[in-house]
Design a protein around this ligand. Sequence first.
Ligand SMILES: NC(=O)c1ccc[n+]([C@@H]2O[C@H](COP(=O)([O-])OP(=O)(O)OC[C@H]3O[C@@H](n4cnc5c(N)ncnc54)[C@H](O)[C@@H]3O)[C@@H](O)[C@H]2O)c1
Length: 307
Amino acid sequence: MKALVTGCAGFIGSHITDRLLADGYEVTGIDCFTDYYARSIKVSNISDARKNPRFTFIEKDILEMASFPDVDYIFHEAAQAGVRASWGSSFSIYTRNNIEATQRLLEWFKDKSLTKFVYASSSSVYGDAPLPMREDMKPQPVSPYGVSKLAAEHLCYLYWKNYGVPTVSLRYFTVYGPRQRPDMAINKFVKAITHGDALTLYGDGMQTRDFTFVADVIEANLLAAQNGSSGDVYNIGGGSRITVNDLIREMEQQCQKVAKIVPSSEQKGDTRDTLADNRKARESLGWLPKITVHEGIEQYVRWVRKG
Ligand SMILES: NC(=O)c1ccc[n+]([C@@H]2O[C@H](COP(=O)([O-])OP(=O)(O)OC[C@H]3O[C@@H](n4cnc5c(N)ncnc54)[C@H](O)[C@@H]3O)[C@@H](O)[C@H]2O)c1
């Protein structure tokens, strides 16, 4: 079996790559090392994969690729992530890497034989929808990032509808775990608490998030590739929510240190609360999240300590 992983050097893409290689796939990975965070982190993310003879790495921007390899599966993780940075003139980075790059892939594969095209969408498409968020609710993003992820989701649907590209969109709810992006809260908080540095808390800390451990997200991708219904969308969430204040308390306990919190104002584009209704993924994909926030933070802290 052959797979293409876009954004293979990123947080989630590198885990998908490792899992596919472990499962015996031949994997081609594409990543252009965007400068959103340090190249050295991404190089390290794929250092094991690059030792595997079944892995081919292409360091290139999707929009600059003249062609793509023939594969059975695509896991499309490449994107400009981050809600807060998506306002203002940076929006063009989001339209380019999230919308145009997705369209470029779909155009190429519309005439090719493909078993499944799994697209990494986001809970950000829901905005401030009532909880729990269900796939049949009207998506109404509250950030430019969410708009770009939703636009790409629509592209996935229309290339299935018009050209039969077997796309499946997975709406990830805040993913965390080893290799988490340095701009994300759990990464920043655990490092700050461990080193005794100050951490910035936006808003009153009573905002809630449905956190999803990365291993569960990888499993969802594999199941979506096998069981996902083409043209469809599935929530992939940890299945429970926790306030940011309680999350910090959990980290304090596991790091055995007290956080030095610096309060700051709420950030535009941040959703107040998220919680996935996972029923559809459970019934159609056979997917269930297995890792609780307690277990996930424990694994994450252990990983950070290993250095
Ligand atoms: N991490 C989360 O909590 C989360 C939540 C919801 C959705 N997602 C989605 O999951 C996917 C992966 O997110 P992540 O957290 O691993 O982000 P990441 O930034 O770690 O990984 C994305 C990778 O894509 C690469 N990339 C970006 N544009 C590219 C292009 N045009 N050509 C080639 N490579 C390109 C970047 O260099 C980066 O390595 C993204 O699509 C993101 O929107 C993530």
